[in-house]
Design a protein around this ligand. Structure first.
Ligand code: HEM
Length: 500
């Protein structure tokens, strides 16, 4: 801990950087937020106090503090001012609201996202992935690289829209990708004069916001029209039948628009980012690739996954879990303390903000040996049991845990398996495997171009023969328990935040 610059004024005040007059630590925060937050944990520990402009903010990374904020005392921690920027575009939806309004909406949509219900979307995931892979076949034949992030964004958008709304958004997916880039820009390019001006003034920013709403109004109109005609789409069905608990009336058009926008935005970008990192990590670690290929051949052979075989992809799931550890797409999220509290023995005053950072917690050396190494064997059932639950929370926790987490994990497992079943991905030389200074999600630093090499699946092994995948599927990996997990290639590890 760096005691020289710590600003502890009483034993109960958490240590942290002194910062500059007036602005506090806004400088390093803006230069590279990810690097700054990882540095705070390294230099000051698991509970760090800082000032960001006028705000007092604590970064909390110990499992105990994370549990206190998200689970045990969650009623004391609301979305707060750091969440306000989401509302500019998303309005009042699940992500941005608290209290009774949030509870009513969560109750209304939850049934579609329960584990059993989510299994129904497997055929949609498989079909959309197969369409993409058939297009890739032609590109592989021409040795033409693909832009991995763009492909994953399109795939997850199409899958989400077909699965939840029975609406085929594929023809509009290119327009929507540009719109999502605009969403990120208007929510996070802050501190400009235009942000302070009234929303009816035709500034460039306000025009962009109006355009985003116009495009999504069209999507919502199409989804609703499609539902009225076909009666299909499990989530739109629930939304059309939902009642506002305050009025007893059906959701207004505006409420439906905001919630649809929230689901589209929160659901597809996060999953695409995670797919991108998972595929890159596999390509970058030959021993992981080999073990994964073995499992895919064994469980799927040349066939496509269904809900049962997807459940058998246990090593694939460990690879996905490790990728979500190293590269959690939602890498920070805030809360505001309504009343005073104590975290890790330090005072938290009412009105101050708490930053929860899956990125920093997932690199906390107290719970993760050599945290910069990519090692799926951290996620054997035994290893998971032995670690405090809140050392790992890529989907948040408690009542506000990600509503789409089962859907995302199923999608990730199936898509990763299907891509690796047909292709080996090779990163075009020169593309840095690092993340930039992220805003909403932890995207790679630059566009990631990959070359595709077609792969012939091997026939399923004869019953009785033992493969590496089978040993992983059978429970904790013996070698791992003895500290002999396959050497994680930390030299090739893409860890390290690059300047944007
Ligand atoms: C890998 C993929 C995903 C990751 C890493 C992720 C991560 C998260 C996290 C960390 C939160 C909690 C934020 C907080 O507590 O402040 C959250 C909330 C949320 N997520 Fe996800 N998410 C993913 C996929 C999805 C999907 C597929 C959907 C929907 C189709 C979705 C919809 C939502 C919604 C609506 C919320 C707000 C829930 C509430 O407060 O009630 N997410 N997500």
């Amino acid at each position: 801990m760096n005691t020289l610059t710590a600003t502890a004024t009483s034993p109960a005040t958490a240590p942290g950087p002194k910062g500059a007059p007036l602005v506090g630590s806004l400088g390093p925060w803006r230069r590279n937020t990810a690097e700054f937050l990882l540095g705070l944990q390294r230099d000051y520990g698991e509970l760090v106090r800082m000032r960001l402009g006028p705000m007092t903010v604590h970064q909390a990374t110990s499992p105990e503090a994370v549990r206190r904020v998200l689970v045990e005392n969650n009623a004391n921690y609301v979305r707060g001012p750091l969440y306000e920027q989401f509302g500019v575009v998303m309005g009042k939806g699940l992500l941005t609201t608290d209290g009774e309004f949030w509870r009513g909406h969560r109750r209304a949509v939850q049934p579609v996202f329960l584990k059993n219900a989510v299994a129904d979307i497997v055929p949609n995931i498989v079909a959309a992935t197969q369409e993409m892979l058939d297009e890739w076949e032609a590109r592989a034949a021409r040795d033409e690289p693909v832009d991995l992030m763009a492909e994953m964004l399109r795939l997850t958008l199409v899958t989400l829209s077909r699965s939840l709304f029975a609406y085929d958004i594929k023809p509009a997916s290119h327009v929507l990708k540009r719109i999502v880039d605009d969403v990120v820009e208007v929510m996070f390019r802050r501190g400009t004069a235009s942000e302070m001006l009234p929303s009816w003034l035709p500034t460039a920013r306000n025009r962009k916001i109006a355009h985003i709403h116009q495009v999504f109004d069209e999507v919502v109109a199409n989804v609703r029209e499609n539902y009225a005609r076909t009666g299909e789409g499990p989530l739109i069905a629930l939304m059309e039948q939902a009642e506002d608990p305050a009025t007893g009336q059906p959701w207004t058009d505006r409420q439906l628009r905001d919630e649809l926008l929230t689901i589209y935005l929160a659901g597809h970008e996060t999953t695409a980012v995670s797919l991108c990192w998972t595929l890159l990590s596999i390509a970058n670690h030959p021993h992981v690739q080999e073990e994964l290929d073995g499992e895919i051949d064994e469980v799927l052979g040349g066939g496509t996954p269904d809900a049962d075989s997807a459940a058998g992809l246990t090593y694939t799931r460990m690879v996905v879990d490790e990728s979500l550890r190293m590269y959690p797409p939602i890498w920070i999220f805030p809360r505001a303390a309504v009343g005073p509290d104590t975290l890790d023995g330090y005072d938290i005053e009412a009105g101050s903000s708490i930053l929860l950072s899956p990125l920093a917690s997932h690199h906390n050396p107290r719970h993760w040996d050599n945290p910069v190494a990519f090692d799926p064997y951290r996620f054997t059932p035994q290893a998971v049991r032995e670690r405090p639950r809140m050392a790992y929370f890529p989907f948040g926790a408690g009542p506000r845990q990600c509503v789409g987490n089962s859907m995302a994990l199923l999608e990730l497992r199936i898509i990763v398996a299907m891509i690796n079943q047909r292709f080996q991905l090779n990163l075009v030389p020169g593309d840095a495997l690092r993340y930039g200074s992220p805003v909403i999600s932890l995207r790679p630093l630059r566009d990631v171009m990959v070359r595709l090499r077609s792969r012939e699946p091997k026939p399923k092994p004869k019953p009785g023969s033992v493969t590496p995948a089978a040993s992983a599927a059978g429970g904790p990996h013996a070698a791992s328990a003895a500290g002999e997990a396959p050497a994680a290639d930390s030299s090739a590890c893409p860890y390290g935040a690059g300047g944007a």
